[in-house]
Design a protein around this ligand. Structure first.
Ligand code: BG6
Length: 288
């Protein structure tokens, strides 16, 4: 597919890297985006008037079976490390090949694309439930992601999940996150339950799962503020690996922690969702 269309400046094209890695490129009057078919992974999003909102590692893998380091990995049907250590961290959706379903050129400024993933014998081996998953990505002056899980099995199942957004920041020491004051969180570094006091700032490793999160989150950087609005979600993960963990991370340069922070729109821990047969749950985030 290489589809130019009636809206003069709107382009939606299907492309491949030299190693065969496939992605969809979107350009419209407001923004550009690149979305890999593996993982339905949005790895670039930029409005036409400012620098990228998303962080992408300079050393990221664009290889089958390895998650891209940066952008927005879709962590599903579990968030974090499962008890069975043979299963992949953050689930299999971020390394699965999704189907590109459709595009809607809403107007010259707004393009919507839909990807889907369904259970197969391979996924049933990893997770014994029949499902249909759809990701709607709207590229406009905002980036809107809607991840809809439908249970097509005959018994209920439980999921945890996250839209694991890596934000590009001028320097982690300039970052101030607002909107989670007084919220309880699990500190995954010390494994203690704590309560947030004031804004979140960074002077060491931060790996926290906030609960009871409601309302807008603001990522304040030196020269810009990014807004994050979540729906269908009461949990938010905030992560920066800092110096030592960054050195141990795959596909990240040693000093990469300085230029990124993850604020993940989630259904994690006590915000896990049980979905009954023929019912759906949608996790949505709007970023601008
Ligand atoms: C975050 C976790 O969501 O993802 C961190 O809270 C983890 O503990 C990070 O290190 C990256 O995970 P991965 O599997 O992409 O290396």
């Amino acid at each position: 597919m290489a589809q130019d269309n009636s809206l003069a400046n709107v382009v939606i094209s299907s492309k491949r890297l030299p190693n065969g890695f496939e992605y969809i490129e979107i350009k419209n009057d407001s923004a550009t985006a690149k979305i890999a078919l593996q993982g339905a992974h949005v790895y670039e999003y930029k409005t036409n008037h400012e620098k990228s909102i998303l962080w992408l590692s300079e050393t990221s893998d664009f290889e089958h079976t390895k998650s891209i380091r940066g952008g927005i990995p879709v962590c599903w049907p579990w968030f974090g490390l499962p008890k069975d250590k043979n299963l992949p961290q953050h689930g299999f959706a971020r390394i699965a090949m999704w189907r590109f379903i459709s595009t809607d050129e809403v107007d010259a400024n707004t393009t919507e694309v839909i990807f889907s993933l369904s259970s197969t014998p391979q996924t049933l081996n990893l997770w014994p439930h029949k499902f249909e998953l759809e990701l709607h990505v709207t590229v406009c002056d905002k980036l809107i992601m809607e991840l809809k899980t439908t249970n097509v099995d005959d018994k209920s199942f439980k999921i945890t999940q996250a839209l694991h957004t890596y934000f590009d920041v001028s320097h982690i020491s300039h970052v101030n996150i607002k909107g989670l004051d007084k919220k309880p969180y699990l500190d995954a570094v010390s494994m203690e339950d704590k309560e947030q006091s004031g804004d979140i700032t960074f002077n060491g490793e931060v790996d926290r799962v906030y609960q009871e999160a409601e309302g807008e989150i603001l990522l304040e950087d030196k020269n810009r503020t990014i807004h994050i609005q979540n729906e269908g979600s009461f949990s938010v993960v905030v992560w920066n690996p800092w110096i030592d963990k960054c050195r141990r991370m795959s596909a990240m340069k040693d000093d990469a922690y300085k230029g990124m922070v993850c604020i993940e729109s989630a259904n994690a821990f006590s915000d896990a969702r049980v979905i009954k047969p023929n019912e759906s749950h949608t996790l949505k985030t709007t970023i601008y």
